[in-house]
Design a protein around this ligand. Structure first.
Ligand code: ADP
Length: 671
């Protein structure tokens, strides 16, 4: 049973270290390879060098043996001569002939001289032999020593007095006959010839050969193959009776080259190339990994962003197949992503009642005509409908080719709710404003109602009087009753119009004529106008087209504008207190479609006008310059007119005062 916590050690390492570790092996291998490559030639060089050294030692030994061998053969020859002299078999005159024959074959001899006991030459290979005391000092000393120990001895090489060359090494053989010293045979070797004759040419070709005494004083040198390079050297003692010489061999060969051949060189170049390409690969992979890391970060950043979005995202390919949805979209429609991706229309979130609209828009999409922004209704999995706002944009790949569409979908249920709430509040406000207007009108209204009621009362009194006076003719009562009826209707109309006006209700749009609206509201306008001694003039052409609108709301607009106009003229000279209401068809503001004409209604006063500081806040809610003004009038008017698709503007009246104009889209043609 393994615990889930036990994992491979590489899991414990950070990605950077793991990445480094991956490179350790190849780098180590390449380093090992390089080290071997560097070490191998060095090793080969050392081997070659020690081989040469060993060869030199062996050759030097061989040469030493050769010299020794030759000297011992010479020694034998000389001893034989000595013995013949002792035995008196070799006469004085035969000596030279005999020795000359020997010297011809052994060219290392410079001369051989036979001295008598007194040191005078008896015979010699030289034509003019020197006496013993003509020999070098060392030679004379050796002769003496040899006589004492009675054995042949070699003298230290030296140049005999009186001449410049050659260096001679004398071999003294003392001669005793019946224990009497009778002289000596002295064979003089030319030391340089010893080297020339006894060292084989092949050895001399490759080595500088030097003979020295024990103090390393050079006595002979052979440099047939040039001077030695002091790389491979060897020294051997040449022990001779009475004398020790040293044989130095110094090879003319240089140390072996470190890069003996092209192969090693090219292998090194190749491995350097390998190292370089490894480095380049490492750099490249590093860059790729950095890019990959950045990409992973980017992707996780993006997906985190997409996942945290409240906006739904939906991508479709050119055939309309869903290729991607984000979690917000899935949450919105209540369907999992894997159930949505790959789907083609009809989509599971399409509401059946809006299917035609979807299909039409979808065929537009396929034809390449995308509505960039539109509102529609989607259906959640539980059947609940919700309004959405969709933004569509083309999806383009890195080559600039379109691959589909990306849509962002906003659930606007909340917004819709807020809008509804807003509208309801607006309606309430308007109703309240109407009530407020009625409050202002109440006293005038009372006065207005008072007239028909007083008339009714007086007509009724008259009728009663007639009845009491016995006038039982019903026809005589008829005029009075008709007048009563008219007055009652008049009062009823006033009451009804007030009721109509203040009733809280949903706005409803119907085709209505401007003339009707103005007529409806004229009694109420006149009530105020009379109060301020204002003359009302209306100029409404009869053949104006209808507008589509809510009569009560438009009446409210008119009532507001006229009330403001009347109040603006309250302090103006009475002859200028004229309020005009006019309407006209405006063909200039019509849009491309000729049927979309506007009707302009103007409310014109000759009041105090609007100064710039008032103009700035004119349409703001609760802006008023009046003591008991609510400041909502113009604000409500503008909202109402815009709700009807029109605009509310104002301008200075050229004859003084202000003109408020509102436009309303005309409906159809004139009737
Ligand atoms: P209120 O009438 O309650 O003040 P309104 O929104 O209807 O609120 O009007 C705002 C202000 O605009 C008024 O206080 C007044 O100063 C100015 N105003 C409106 N209509 C006119 C007009 N016809 N002439 C001059 N000033 C006007």
């Amino acid at each position: 049973m393994t615990s889930p916590h036990i994992s491979s050690p590489s899991h414990l390492l950070s990605p950077g270290r793991r990445h480094l570790l991956r490179w350790v092996m190849p780098i180590l291998l390449v380093l090992l390879f390089l080290m071997t490559l560097i070490w191998l030639p060095r090793q080969a060089q050392q081997m070659e060098s020690s081989e040469r050294q060993e060869q030199l030692i062996a050759d030097s030994l061989w040469v030493e043996q050769a010299i020794r061998f030759q000297l011992s053969r010479d020694d034998e020859s000389m001893r034989l001569i000595g013995r013949e002299i002792i035995n008196d078999r070799l006469k004085k005159d035969q000596f030279r002939i005999r020795l000359n024959a020997l010297l011809r074959n052994n060219r290392e001899f410079y001369r051989v001289t036979w001295f008598n006991a007194d040191g005078h030459p008896v015979a010699s290979t030289d034509d003019f032999p020197v006496a013993r005391n003509g020999l070098s000092e060392q030679s004379q000393q050796t002769d003496h020593n040899a006589r004492i120990i009675r054995r042949p001895m070699y003298s230290a090489p030296a140049v005999p007095p009186g001449i410049a060359e050659p260096v001679l090494m004398d071999y003294h053989i003392p001669l005793f006959r019946d224990n009497h010293y009778i002289g000596s045979v002295v064979a003089s070797y030319s030391v340089s010839r010893v080297l020339n004759e006894m060292v084989p040419w092949w050895f001399a070709q490759d080595n500088e050969i030097v003979l020295t005494d024990t103090d390393d004083k050079v006595v002979a040198r052979r440099t047939a193959g040039g001077p030695g390079l002091n790389v491979y050297t060897h020294r051997r003692e040449l022990e001779l009776p009475g004398l020790t010489l040293r044989l130095h061999t110094n090879s003319t060969k240089s140390a072996p080259k470190l890069l003996p051949n092209l192969l090693v060189g090219s292998v090194i170049v190749l491995s350097l190339g390998l190292l370089w390409s490894l480095w380049a690969l490492w750099r490249d992979i590093n860059r790729r990994m950095t890019a990959e890391d950045a990409l992973v970060n980017e992707v996780s950043f993006r997906s985190a962003m997409e996942n945290s979005l409240v906006t739904g995202m939906r991508a479709r390919d050119l055939e309309g197949r869903i290729t991607y949805v984000n979690p917000a979209f899935c949450k919105m429609v209540g369907i999992a992503a894997d159930e949505l991706v790959g789907k083609i229309p009809p989509m599971p979130y399409w509401a059946p009642e809006a299917m035609d609209e979807y299909q039409e828009r979808f065929s537009n999409v396929l034809a390449g005509r995308v509505t960039p922004q539109f509102e529609t209704i989607f259906q959640r999995i539980d059947g609940e409908r919700f309004p959405v706002l969709i933004f569509e944009s083309p999806l383009v790949d890195q080559n600039g080719k379109q691959t589909g569409w990306m849509g962002s979908i906003l659930d606007i249920s909340d917004r819709k709710r807020a809008e509804d709430l807003n509208r309801m509040q607006e309606e309430k406000l308007q109703a309240s404003a109407r009530l407020a207007s009625m409050g202002e009108l109440a006293s005038t209204l009372a006065h207005e109602l008072n007239q028909p009621l007083a008339a009714i009362s007086s007509y009724t009194t008259g009728a009663l009087n007639m009845m009491q006076n016995g006038a039982l003719d019903p026809t005589s009562l008829q005029p009075a009753l008709e007048k009563i009826n008219t007055q009652a209707q008049r009062a009823g109309n006033v009451i009804r119009s007030v009721h109509q006006f203040v009733k809280k209700r949903e706005p409803e749009r119907q085709p209505i004529s401007i003339k009707n609206i103005v007529d409806n509201v004229t009694p109420l306008i006149e009530l105020q106008a009379q109060q301020f001694l204002v003359v009302l003039q209306t100029a409404i052409p009869v053949n104006l087209p209808n507008v589509l609108g809510d009569a009560v709301l438009l009446e409210q607009v008119l009532l507001n504008l006229t009330r403001n106009a009347i109040q603006a003229m309250a302090a103006i000279a009475p002859e200028r207190r004229i309020l005009r209401i006019s309407a006209a068809l405006d063909r200039n503001t019509s849009s491309a479609q000729s049927s979309q004409q506007a009707i302009i209604v103007s409310v014109i006063d000759q009041g105090h006008g609007i100064p710039p500081e008032v103009a700035a806040g004119l349409f703001s809610p609760f802006f008023s310059t009046k003591a008991e003004g609510m400041g909502m009038g113009l604000n409500i008017c503008r909202t109402t007119i815009e709700f009807h698709g029109g605009t509310l503007t104002y301008a200075n009246n050229p004859t003084g005062g202000t003109i408020f104009r509102f436009s309303l889209p005309a409906q159809g043609s004139a009737n």
